[in-house]
Write a protein that binds this ligand. Structure first.
Ligand SMILES: [Zn+2]
Length: 104
């Protein structure tokens, strides 16, 4: 029973980002939801009313993960560019050629 207070273990946090002790952001629609007394009932209510279909929630979850992965990839690209500029240029070239071919 007491474990219900642990917000990190609650699956609801797959769909919300905690901003402060009484404010959370919905990852699906980026709406700010005010919690009352630290409970998640307002979050659950938002999920049920705004996102009744699980598909959109799963999509939001995937989108969030994709965004995080992209951020990681961009970081890796920057590291690669800093470490090896030649290889970074090689990686850019085919894209430029493709774009030029597409224009012809
Ligand atoms: Zn939402």
């Amino acid at each position: 029973m007491t474990s219900a207070k642990k917000s990190s273990s609650n699956p609801i946090w797959d769909y919300f980002k905690p901003l402060s002790c009484d404010l959370a952001k919905c990852v699906a629609c980026e709406k700010l939801i005010k919690k009352r007394g630290g409970g998640v009932s307002a979050l659950t209510a938002h999920l049920e009313s705004a996102h009744p279909d699980k598909e959109s929630l799963e999509y939001a979850e995937r989108a969030t993960k994709a965004r995080e992965e992209e951020a990681r990839r961009v970081k890796a690209d920057i590291n690669r560019e800093v470490g090896n500029t030649e290889e970074a240029a090689k990686g850019v070239d085919p894209v430029v050629h493709q774009a030029q071919n597409g224009l012809r």
